[in-house]
Design a binder for this molecule. Structure first.
Ligand code: G3P
Length: 221
């Protein structure tokens, strides 16, 4: 499967899960803060909603010791499939290595360069979250980074999965899929636009009108 929701909004996530088959959700401290709710009860509410699905939770602490303690705490709270999201900072690389060796599933995040991605994979990360739009906003090509990382992982026999993140347009997501991404995590503003097409809507309208021009409802229902 491919699609993840980049949000911590329980009602939005529930609506989307009613309509679409999704892998799970990703969060980051900004996304969590947007919900303006108590942190642990919010995590527990999302956990209950996501039973059996992926829950990528980003660590807030920026220190190595703090990251280890926070990850152990999250493991006690989260019952569904937990992936600890760790930014590829100086302390982050060390925590990725240690927590992966403790059998935590780690998602290395805020990955913006090929070398960051490859080293995080070598350090044991199971997933890499590549910031497509933020990279592109810096003048580089976020989807080229995805392609280069995918090619390198294949060449070096690293099974780490590449997750495209930080999207601002449907086109960026489509381009990631063209460039071989394994999964994409998409925010509330963009998620449903991925599956919307004016052409589809106009076609449905034309079919319905053409049919209704000849047949009455009684004849159908
Ligand atoms: O967690 C990564 C992603 O949510 C960042 O997205 O839109 O803030 O660049 P954005």
């Amino acid at each position: 499967m491919l699609y993840i929701i980049d949000s911590a909004d329980p009602s939005f996530i529930k609506d989307m899960m009613d309509k679409y088959e999704i892998l799970g959700i990703t969060t980051n401290p900004t996304i969590i803060a947007k919900e303006n709710k108590e942190y642990i009860p919010l995590l527990q509410e999302l956990d209950a909603l996501l039973t059996g699905k992926d829950f990528h939770v980003q660590l807030v602490d920026e220190t190595y010791e703090g990251m280890i303690a926070e990850a152990n705490k999250l493991r006690k709270i989260i019952k569904t499939i937990l992936h600890i999201k760790i930014p590829v900072s100086d302390a982050g690389f060390k925590a990725i290595r240690r927590l992966s060796s403790y059998d935590f599933s780690v998602t290395a995040t805020a990955v913006c360069t090929v070398n960051q991605g490859i080293m995080a994979a070598i350090n044991g990360a199971e997933y890499l979250a590549i910031y497509v739009n933020r990279i592109s906003n810096s003048g580089l090509d976020g989807n080229a980074v995805i392609k280069d990382i995918k090619d390198a992982l294949l060449r070096f026999n690293l099974n780490t999965k590449v997750v495209g993140a930080s999207y601002k347009s449907v086109h960026q997501v489509t381009d990631s899929i063209r460039n071989g991404v394994d999964q994409v995590t998409v925010g509330k503003d963009l998620f449903e636009k991925l599956f919307y097409s004016d052409i589809t809507e106009k076609s449905i309208k034309q079919f319905t009108n053409d049919f209704n021009d000849l047949y009455s409802n009684e004849e159908v229902k």
